[in-house]
Design a binder for this molecule. Structure first.
Ligand code: ADP
Ligand code: MG
Length: 289
């Protein structure tokens, strides 16, 4: 003879409501003491199932996003990078830029947190229910180049067009060949005013001609990327050096040893560049070719 509780457990299991099943006995004991209304009891039972589903869904979306590591804003020490305008970051964290299909470009030398911040934004996007995908420029060009040679570029392109937010990391670490450049241009054009891109680069805009091997295409890519965009130019030293410096393995920081700033000053005339909160021009410095 099965008890009513056992039958209820079996029903919950059959329905795949494992979290509710796991909480059932505790909730029944609590209910015997506190005597909640029927509605409150059911609400308590189902809310743990809803929460478990939300967690599972979030985990799946985070996995689909292909982050190399998950980092959040809470883990970012803004005092270490005073060149970052926190107001600008707060504005980006509102995720309005994704709803506006606007772009974010993070420029700076290695180790200053470009990848960290781009992942933190993408993680926040996923948490709020927006799709995000992360890839390095090198892997992107390799993947789409292969798809092109195998005659399935259009289909493969959809992977990079579908998410509301696409993070393209490390643009400029390795130069792209002609095919890579053409495909990159196609992708940026196809997402233009449709979906956001967060792009990180260690190269100033002035050097983009050398990344793409052709300054005309580089200008065309920049034109689309920057039309609706926020540039965050991080002028700091590598966070990776911090602990080594503390241990005395690296000389103390001075003006001379601080990493050089990247982006230079003039704005391409064609580019109507929007900075977050209309912030200082220094937050959005670009170079013409
Ligand atoms: P970049 O992409 O600019 O080369 P990363 O984002 O990969 O740099 O940062 C290198 C490492 O240092 C990562 O583990 C990152 O989480 C950490 N890091 C960088 N800047 C900060 C910071 N200001 N606060 C906390 N961790 C940081
Ligand atoms: Mg990086």
């Amino acid at each position: 003879m099965t008890t009513p509780v056992e039958r209820l457990q079996t029903s919950l299991e059959t329905l795949g409501l494992k979290a509710a099943e796991a909480r059932l006995e505790n909730l029944l004991e609590e209910a015997a003491k506190k005597e909640p209304s029927y509605a409150d009891f059911l609400q308590d039972l189902l809310s743990c199932e809803v929460e478990a589903r939300r967690t599972r869904y979030l985990r799946a979306r985070l996995q689909l996003a292909h982050f190399p590591f998950v980092k959040t804003f809470d883990q970012f020490d803004f005092s270490f990078q005073p060149s970052i305008d926190e107001r600008q970051i707060r504005e980006l964290r509102s995720l309005r830029f994704i709803h506006d299909a606007s772009n974010v470009i993070l420029l700076g030398p290695p180790g200053v947190g470009k990848t960290h911040l781009s992942i933190a934004l993408a993680e926040a996007a996923i948490r709020s229910g927006l799709g995000a995908y992360f890839i390095t420029a090198h892997d992107l060009a390799g993947d789409l180049g292969r798809a092109y040679r195998e005659g399935r570029l259009d289909r493969r392109m959809r992977v990079y067009l579908a998410p509301k937010l696409l993070v393209i990391d490390e643009v400029g670490y390795l130069p792209l060949d002609d095919l890579g450049t053409t495909i990159f241009f196609q992708l940026v054009s196809a997402r233009y005013e449709r979906g956001s891109i967060i792009l990180t680069s260690n190269k100033s805009y002035a050097d983009w001609g050398s990344i793409f091997g052709d300054s005309i295409i580089a200008t065309a890519i920049l034109d689309r990327l920057l039309h609706h965009s926020t540039t965050i130019n991080i002028r700091g030293e590598s966070y990776r050096l911090k602990d080594r410096r503390k241990a005395g393995l690296v000389p103390p920081r001075t003006q001379e040893t601080a990493a050089p700033s990247l982006a230079t000053d003039s704005v391409p005339p064609k580019t109507r560049h929007k900075t977050a909160l209309g912030s200082t021009p220094s937050a959005a410095k670009e170079a013409s070719f």
